[in-house]
Design a protein around this ligand. Structure first.
Ligand SMILES: *[C@@H]1O[C@H](CO)[C@@H](O)[C@H](O)[C@H]1NC(C)=O
Ligand SMILES: *[C@@H]1O[C@H](CO)[C@@H](O)[C@H](O)[C@H]1NC(C)=O
Ligand SMILES: [Ca+2]
Length: 190
C-alpha cells in the first residue's frame, strides 16, 4: 500500500491528527453535553519542579482556578515561576490543548483569562510575554470593544467554546500561567 514504513507512519499520524480535530469540532457542534469525551490532554512538562504543568507548544502551562482580575492574575503568574506570564496562544493546536486543560480541571466553568490585552485603545492586541501576535480565534462579533477602555483584556470560552472574547480587565476569572520550557536553566548550566 505504501512504499516505505516511515511514510506510512507519517501518513497515519496525519490521519490520526486530523481525525481528532474533526471529532473535536463535532464536540463543539453537539454543545456542552459531554465535550470532555473527545479531548486529548497535553503531555506533562518535563522541567524539574514543574512536572504538574503541561507542555503546550514551547511553553509549560498551568491552570489556576482561583479567580483574579487581569492584573492580579498576571502578577501571580510572575511570582509563581521564573519568566512566567499569563498564557499566550500561537496555534490552533495550542488553543485546543488549553481548552482541554480547562475542561479537565474546571468542567463547569470554562471561562479563563488569556495573557492578551488591547494596547492603549489602538485596536492592536499584544501578549504579556512579548511574543508575536501571530494567531487569533475570536467568537463571532468579537472583539466588540476595540478603541475604548471598557473591554481591554482577552478571555476564552465565553459564548463559543474554544473562542476568544475581549472583556473587562477588572472581572475576576480563572487563568493560566506559562513559561518557555527551554528558558529554564538546567542545574549547573549557569
Ligand atoms: C462524558 O464522557 C466521559 C468520558 O467518556 C465520561 O466519563 C462521563 O461520564 C460522561 N459524562 C456524561 C454526563 O455523560
Ligand atoms: C485588581 O484588583 C486589585 C486588588 O486586588 C486592584 O488593586 C487592581 O486595581 C485591580 N485591577 C483591575 C484591572 O481591576
Ligand atoms: Ca467583548
Amino acid at each position: 500500500m505504501f512504499k516505505s514504513g516511515s511514510m506510512s507512519v507519517l501518513l497515519m499520524m496525519l490521519l490520526f491528527g486530523s481525525g481528532s480535530f474533526l471529532s473535536m469540532e463535532r464536540g463543539f457542534v453537539a454543545g456542552r453535553t459531554n465535550v470532555t469525551e473527545w479531548c486529548t490532554m497535553p503531555k506533562p512538562c518535563n522541567v524539574y519542579g514543574f512536572t504538574n504543568w503541561y507542555k503546550v507548544g514551547s511553553y509549560c502551562v498551568k491552570y489556576f482556578r482561583r479567580p483574579r482580575n487581569f492584573t492580579d492574575a498576571e502578577y501571580n503568574c510572575r511570582t509563581t515561576a521564573p519568566g512566567a506570564h499569563m498564557v499566550s496562544v500561537h496555534s490552533k493546536t495550542d488553543n485546543y490543548f488549553l481548552l482541554c486543560m480547562v475542561k479537565k480541571f474546571s468542567p463547569n466553568n470554562l471561562r479563563f483569562w488569556l495573557g492578551a490585552f488591547e494596547f492603549f485603545k489602538s485596536g492592536q492586541f499584544l501578549w504579556l510575554d512579548g511574543s508575536f501576535w501571530d494567531f487569533q480565534i475570536w467568537t463571532r462579533g468579537e472583539p466588540n470593544h476595540m478603541y475604548t477602555s471598557s473591554e481591554e483584556c482577552v478571555e476564552m470560552n465565553w459564548k463559543e467554546t474554544g473562542k476568544w472574547n475581549d472583556h473587562s480587565c477588572h472581572v475576576r476569572k480563572s487563568y493560566m500561567c506559562a513559561f518557555e520550557w527551554n528558558t529554564i536553566l538546567k542545574p549547573g548550566s549557569e
